[in-house]
Design a protein around this ligand. Structure first.
Ligand SMILES: [Zn+2]
Ligand SMILES: [Zn+2]
Length: 364
């Protein structure tokens, strides 16, 4: 029995994954908090591009001959949630500084704390890879309630944080980490490719690093408009102009110092390898729905690039909460749609098409 909190209803409404394209709204048992655990009433949960690719059966989630299967159905999807603490297992309140009624959030990954990555401080690359919403052990936030396991990393969120902005804390943590991986120097010409939620956050965070010129690219002009609001000096639409040539022209033919790839499309990699300068730093953030083929020699023989991967948002949740809460990064306008959980199909379709939408949020 949990040590604190009210009695919750025995069952709750939840979205459950069964197979690609087969997600069902079901009545499932409500979680309860054992020692060290926290149960929240979910206020909202963002739909990640990854959730949408997963729903469409992308091979990196469901597994094919070449990649292991990531999703273990049946489970409840969603890792971009925010909610109110309704149960605290023994010790959890003290451990996380949480009380019943607080707004709270949990890092995307629940580390095992036993593997070599976890024991050396690199918990975000834990070999168990228990990210919320892909396995039953760490059910996600597309439900009325969700549980933070005892091994989770949880944070209190200021009570006046608007719900829609609260769902952007998880993506903001990824944006911050990706920009940290870019190692931007004073005066650098920085290109952020892809202005979805993640790319827009990267533009806002990269602005704080005082680059010499901050350029954002996207195929949709409504997203580029928001990128300018977040601090991009210049925006380019590669669907309408030769973005590579523009960047070369702006840099005396050398290319950009830093390129952050957040398009989710193989062409974003190709474009970056073309427009980055010799000895530049290329950050790869996107999850690609298919394998990418490029001229690999550019990385070594031609340009001697620093290729930095970026995954999740380790050690920066408090900063992500602060940036959003204080408006250091102005995320106004990124959440374009809030839909009830029942309309999950429409929400996933909006994320997939991306037309007129950026972040789509579900409210259970
Ligand atoms: Zn995500
Ligand atoms: Zn681990």
């Amino acid at each position: 029995m949990p040590t604190h909190g009210p009695t919750l209803p025995k069952t709750m409404k939840a979205l459950v994954t069964h197979a690609p394209g087969d997600y069902r709204l079901e009545e499932v048992p409500t979680p309860s908090a054992d020692p060290g655990e926290v149960v929240i009433k979910v206020h909202a949960c963002g739909v990640c591009a990854g959730d949408s690719k997963c729903y469409d059966g992308a091979p990196m989630f469901w597994g094919d001959e070449t990649r292991p299967r990531y999703v273990q159905p049946p489970c409840i999807p969603g890792h971009e949630f925010i909610g109110e603490v309704v149960q605290l297992g023994e010790g959890a309140g003290d451990k996380y500084g949480l009380e019943i009624g607080d707004l709270a959030i949990s890092e995307q990954i629940v580390p095992c704390w036993k593997c070599r990555l976890c024991t050396t401080g690199n918990y975000w690359m834990c070999v168990e890879a228990h990210v919320y919403g892909f396995r039953p052990y760490v059910n996600g936030g597309m439900a009325e309630y969700t549980k933070f396991p005892a091994a989770a990393l949880n944070y209190k969120v200021p009570p006046d944080m608007p719900t829609d902005k609260g769902t952007l804390i998880e993506p903001m943590s990824c944006s911050i980490h990706a920009v940290q991986r870019a190692e931007i120097d004073l005066g650098d010409v920085v290109v952020v490719a892809g202005c979805g939620t993640l790319g827009l956050g990267m533009v806002g965070v990269a602005r704080l690093q005082s680059p010499g010129l901050l350029i954002a690219t996207d195929l949709m002009d409504h997203r580029l408009k928001l990128a300018r609001k977040l601090g991009a000096d210049l925006t380019l639409n590669p669907g309408k102009e030769d973005a590579v040539q523009r960047v070369l022209d702006l840099t005396d033919g050398y290319g950009c110092d830093v390129y952050i790839e957040a398009t989710g499309h193989p062409s974003g990699v190709e474009m970056g390898l073309q427009m980055i300068r010799r000895l530049g730093t290329f950050v790869e953030f996107s999850v690609m729905p298919e394998n990418v083929s490029v001229d690999w020699s550019i990385i070594g023989d031609t340009k001697e690039l620093n290729i930095h991967g970026a995954h999740l948002g380790p050690y920066v949740y408090p900063l992500a909460i602060q940036y959003i809460h204080e408006g250091t990064v102005d995320v106004e306008g990124i959440v374009t749609h809030c839909l009830p959980l029942e309309q999950f199909e429409e929400a996933f379709a909006k994320v997939q098409s991306a037309e007129g939408s950026i972040k789509v949020v579900l409210e259970p």
